[in-house]
Write a protein that binds this ligand. Structure first.
Ligand code: HEM
Length: 464
């Protein structure tokens, strides 16, 4: 991990460099001091995530509820604890529930437009997309998960949005801490490389506790994830679509503690924020670079809106087929999470080979590597949404994992895609998006996700 340690590349990009350094189906690497296997072969990667999941059900990232209560979250928990929680949380993310949240998403999209119209009262202006879309994503998560109406576009300095800076600073310590949490969890407790300090834990726990108590004491029902978490805490299950009642705990016994609820809310913040912001900003950046793709998308948006009598609804957005292809292509070229990782929990014989993966070995899959490998995706740097069109597919779908795969696949994928689509339609119907200059994005040397080094800049011109 030398380029990570020298701070030349983020760890996702460091793993990508290792992927690119060879043509072997898998290679042994060291994650700092921890021996690991980097899988390059797409078939094997898919096997590990799906049919042979029983050998690889854990991520092997840091999770210790005693030293950090927020680490008891769905992303980090191992074994049975993860399995029970995943089963309970899955009904939270149905399309029916998401549909109910559409108006809330649209309100955030409108707040973003209002902000942009103030920034660009007339004519054109260069806008840095990643900061813009992170404000959007923070407000989406605040309103759909926490029931908070924070409006970052009016108050950029609010504590909910600022949390992102505390979690994602470009310092040596944070780079080391985030990589260690992901790749070398034993170092975390040993050297106190905690991603969150006590103040952040308190902030999150208090936020969840106060919101839940307020709702129960005042009989407040909101159609958001916090309501469903409260229902789960009280009744042990998330009810069918349409039932937003909080229910009550039998004998006062709750199925989740406040800390466990806060850990889930926290991971929804972390996992949803940068991934959603990245998807919107990289997509707009590519549209600005590719006039023909942009025009096709505008045609799709306008025609679909017309078909739905100008009403922008959940069903209308689902009907925008080319928009979906643009999202699929964006998260191919720019995977929200550039690596997937698992820990081998039972010694595993690699099929058709003499090699065995020992129990406890870390396994890493470079999404950036697979998604930009010309063997799997011809002309990988070209932004080509048509490659996903049925009948025109020009890629090997075994190698496409933007949301991971198998039982531990992204639980928020529908929410992530929908929020990204709402932001894209809002911006594209109100502004013309043009490139500042023709160039590929370079990535910064910190963070788990892909951060554009000099920002993702485009020129926006008012069209209404
Ligand atoms: C476009 C946006 C998003 C992308 C590209 C994305 C991508 C991913 C990826 C690649 C994984 C790892 C899957 C694996 O290891 O197999 C993941 C896991 C996860 N994501 Fe997302 N994600 C997005 C949005 C969201 C949102 C909005 C949430 C909020 C709930 C979320 C919550 C999670 C959680 C909780 C996990 C861990 C699931 C588990 O271990 O059971 N993600 N995501």
């Amino acid at each position: 991990m030398s380029s990570l340690v020298k701070r030349e590349a983020s760890f996702g990009m460091n793993i990508y460099q290792l992927y690119e350094s060879t043509k072997e189906p898998f290679i042994g690497i060291y994650l700092f001091f921890r021996p690991a296997l980097l899988i390059r072969d797409a078939e094997l990667a898919r096997r590990i995530l799906t049919v042979d999941f029983n050998y690889f059900h854990d991520r092997g990232v840091h999770s210790n509820e005693r030293t950090n209560p927020l680490s008891g979250n769905l992303f980090s928990l191992p074994g049975e604890k993860w399995k029970n929680l995943r089963t309970k949380l899955t009904p939270t993310f149905t399309s029916g529930k998401l549909k109910n949240m559409f108006t809330t998403l649209e309100d955030v999209g409108n707040a973003m437009l209002e902000y942009l119209r103030d920034e660009i009262p007339s004519g054109r202006k260069t806008i840095e997309l990643r900061s813009l879309t992170t404000m959007y994503a923070a407000d989406v998560i605040a309103s759909t998960f926490f029931g908070l109406n924070i409006n970052t576009f009016k108050d950029t300095n609010n504590s909910f949005h600022n949390l992102r800076y505390k979690l994602n600073q470009n310092t040596f310590f944070r780079t080391l801490a985030s990589s260690a949490n992901f790749l070398c969890p034993k170092l975390v407790d040993m050297f106190h490389l905690y991603l969150v300090n006590k103040a952040i834990v308190k902030y999150m726990v208090d936020l969840v506790k106060d919101t839940m108590e307020y709702r129960e004491q005042n009989n407040v029902t909101r159609k958001d994830f916090m309501q469903l978490l409260l229902q789960l805490r009280n009744t042990g299950e998330v009810k069918e679509d349409g039932d937003w009642t909080t229910g009550s705990a039998k004998d006062g016994r709750k199925s989740l503690t406040i800390e466990q609820c806060a850990a889930q809310a926290f991971i929804f913040y972390i996992a949803g924020l940068e991934t959603t912001a990245a998807t919107v900003s990289f997509c707009l950046y590519e549209l600005a670079q590719n006039e023909d793709v942009k025009n096709k998308l505008l045609k799709d948006i306008n025609e679909t809106l017309e078909k739905h009598n100008g009403e922008f609804t959940y069903d209308c957005i689902q009907d925008m087929k080319y928009l979906d292809l643009c999202i699929l292509e964006t998260i191919r070229k720019y995977p929200g999470l550039p690596i997937l990782n698992r820990e081998c929990t039972k010694t595993y014989q690699i099929p058709h080979s003499e090699y065995v993966i020992e129990e406890g070995t870390a396994v890493v899959i470079s999404l950036m590597g697979l998604h930009r490998d010309p063997e799997y995706f011809p002309d990988p740097l070209k932004f080509m949404p048509e490659r996903f069109l049925d009948g025109q597919r020009n890629y090997n779908d075994v190698a496409y994992f933007p949301f991971g795969e198998g039982p531990r696949t992204c639980i928020g994928l529908r929410q992530g895609k929908l929020s990204a689509k709402v932001a894209l339609v809002k911006i594209l119907t109100s502004f013309k998006v043009d490139a500042v200059e023709k160039q590929e994005i370079e990535f910064d040397n910190f963070s788990v996700g892909l951060i554009p080094k000099d920002g993702a800049n485009v020129v926006l011109t008012r069209i209404e």
